[in-house]
Structure formats: structure tokens, C-alpha cells
Design a protein around this ligand. Structure first.
Ligand code: AMP
Ligand code: MG
Length: 328
């Protein structure tokens, strides 16, 4: 049996996972950096990753009942993400690869979100709506690349939700708290709806909401309800247009915001209307996870890719469509 050890460290999550070459996920362990106040300071998050990486990797091996000598391949998230965080994962991967004379491969985190959807569902050629903290992209495969058909022009939807939640005094992460309050809201407050071609933006909405919160004229529940209805409609609109444009009949979701039940419901309704299928995953595979990094590593390795440890770099800014896809 061949095993891949995946290592994820693009942002707040340090994760490790063991996946067999046939796609069975044997373990999926993570430790997430959290703060009570303020956002993520990259150097602090990187310190967190340095502190937990040994334990997380050991636990992933233990849960899978394998040891390092059983591992055929190590896969790490090479891009995109926060430089200092990516470096910790790459360093851990390199060190283990040298120690155990194990093959090594670096992968793109956004593409991994799509490939784990293909592994875990019957989806063959889906569009991915990737809605996470820092990223908001609609991605699909065309002509040897994963193309970005639409994306945010400013902040990621998760960061937008978290900052709105902060304005409301709800704490971090804000997405789940907004979802909870939104269930109690009924009245739709008109909010700026910002779809520009295939892209979305949240900056204007953020300013508009800040004024509304400061005015104290609106109930939190109704603001949360209206925010969800508005921003999720924006995402679903561009996703639907991408599906129509590419003539694709399958949708998978990815990113932490994909855990949201209302977003899932809207995605399902849209797919039903156009006789497409919306595939949902367990939450552990929406949020940042190392199983998807391991699986994409396996796909790339089987297609003939690997990297020498001394050349195992990171790049915080590689875009989804910079990657040449050799495994499809
Ligand atoms: P990620 O960057 O993929 O790890 O996702 C983190 C983001 O997902 C944060 O901005 C969270 O607020 C957001 N998030 C997590 N759960 C939910 C939820 N149920 N509804 C909306 N956003 C969520
Ligand atoms: Mg992610």
C-alpha cells in the first residue's frame, strides 16, 4: 500500500493527513490558530504552526496507524497563502522528506479544494465555488488549466463576514455567529448588491453596513439575515453564469463559508433549476485541511511530478490559473 502524508499551512490552520494512493483518507488532523481579539498576524500564526507541527504530524501518522517509513510521498501546500505560514509547512515537509528519503511534491491550495470534491463525490468535472476567509473564486477546468471565471475584486467573503461580525461585536470567527442570528431574521433590508460581470466585491457593502450598525436603527438578526441573502445571492449568480458559460452540470463548494447551510441551500436550488447536481461535503473537507493537500499531491505525483527538497519552494501569490494541470 502506498501512502501520502499531506501538510497544510497556508493560513490559520496547520494540518496533516495520511491518504492512500487509491484515495482513502486514513487521518485528517488539524490545529487552528485562534485569537480573542484582532486579526491574524502572520508571524504569530507561523509561531503557532512551529509549535504544533510535530504533534499534528505525529497524530496524523498515529491515527492512520502508519509510521514515517511507510510513507511514499509528502505533499505540502506551496501556494497561495501567508508567506511565513507556508514556510513552516514547507520546512516540515522538506525535513521529513530528507530524513526519510521520501518523494516530495508542492501543490496549490485552491485547486486542492476542487480535487477533494472530485475525490469524495461522484462529480467528474465540476465548477467549484471556493468561498473562504481570504479567497472567493469560481473555478472550473478548461484547456489544461483550472480557470478563474469570477472572483472577488477586493476582500474574500469570509474576511468580509468576519469584519461585519466584529462591527456587531460578535467575535471571531464571525461566519457561524452570523448564520445563527440570520435564522431569526425575517425582514430583508435593501443592501448594495455588487456583481460586476463575473466578479463580486464587498467593500461598498462593508461601508454601508458599518453606517447601519452605527445608526443602531436595525436589529442584528435582520442585518445578518439580509447580509447572508445578499452576498450569497451574489456568489450564486456568478457561479450559475460560470456553469452556463462552461456548460457544466456539477457544482462543488469549498472553503469555510461553504459550511453555511443557507449558502448550501441556495446552491442546491440554483442547481436544481438548471438540472445540475450540487455535491456537498462534510465540513471537515470545506475548511482548510491536509487531506486535500495529500490527494492533490498524489494526483500530481502519479502524473510524474516531484520536487527535490532543496528546490521545494513556496509562493504566496501563485494564482489558480498559473498551474499547468498534468493529471487530467
Ligand atoms: P477558511 O479560510 O476556508 O478556513 O474559512 C474561514 C472562514 O469561514 C471564516 O471567515 C469564517 O467566518 C467562515 N465560516 C466558517 N463557518 C461559517 C458559516 N457557517 N457561515 C459562514 N461563514 C463561515
Ligand atoms: Mg482554503
Amino acid at each position: 500500500m502506498k501512502y501520502c502524508l499531506g501538510i497544510e499551512s497556508t493560513a490559520h490552520t496547520f494540518g496533516a493527513s495520511v491518504v492512500t494512493f487509491s484515495g482513502k483518507i486514513l487521518s485528517n488532523v488539524k490545529d487552528i490558530f485562534t485569537t480573542k481579539k484582532g486579526g491574524m498576524i502572520p508571524a504569530e500564526v507561523a509561531d503557532h504552526h512551529v509549535n504544533v507541527c510535530g504533534d499534528v504530524i505525529q497524530k496524523a501518522l498515529d491515527n492512520a496507524r502508519v509510521s514515517l517509513k511507510d510513507i511514499t510521498l509528502i505533499s505540502y501546500s506551496a501556494s497561495p497563502g501567508l508567506g511565513p505560514c507556508l514556510r513552516v509547512g514547507a520546512m516540515a515537509a522538506r525535513s521529513l522528506a530528507v530524513m526519510g528519503s521520501i518523494k516530495l511534491v508542492g501543490v496549490n491550495h485552491c485547486i486542492a479544494h476542487l480535487e477533494i470534491g472530485r475525490l469524495l463525490t461522484k462529480a467528474k468535472d465540476p465548477v467549484l465555488l471556493y468561498a473562504s476567509g481570504a479567497n472567493t473564486q469560481v473555478i472550473a477546468y478548461e484547456g489544461k488549466k483550472y480557470r478563474i471565471f469570477g472572483e472577488t475584486l477586493d476582500m474574500g467573503i469570509g474576511n468580509f463576514l468576519d469584519s461585519f461580525a466584529r462591527d456587531l461585536g460578535l467575535g471571531f470567527p464571525g461566519g457561524p455567529k452570523i448564520e445563527e442570528l440570520a435564522r431569526k431574521g425575517k425582514k430583508l433590508i435593501a443592501l448594495p448588491y455588487s456583481v460586476k460581470g463575473m466578479d463580486v466585491s464587498f467593500g461598498g457593502l462593508q461601508t454601508n453596513l458599518r453606517r447601519k450598525v452605527e445608526s443602531r436603527k436595525y436589529k442584528k438578526e435582520e442585518l445578518c439575515y439580509s447580509v447572508q441573502e445578499t452576498v450569497f445571492a451574489m456568489l450564486i449568480e456568478v457561479t450559475e453564469r460560470a456553469m452556463a458559460h462552461c456548460d457544466k452540470k456539477e457544482l462543488v463548494l469549498g472553503g469555510g463559508v461553504a459550511c453555511n447551510k443557507r449558502l448550501q441551500e441556495m446552491a442546491r436550488i440554483m442547481c436544481k433549476d438548471r438540472k445540475a447536481t450540487c455535491y456537498l461535503l462534510e465540513n471537515q473537507y470545506y475548511v482548510d485541511n491536509a487531506a486535500m493537500i495529500a490527494w492533490l499531491g498524489i494526483l500530481q505525483f502519479k502524473a510524474g511530478e516531484s520536487v527535490q527538497p532543496e528546490k521545494a519552494d513556496i509562493d504566496p501569490y501563485t494564482r489558480t490559473d498559473d498551474v499547468v494541470v498534468k493529471w487530467r
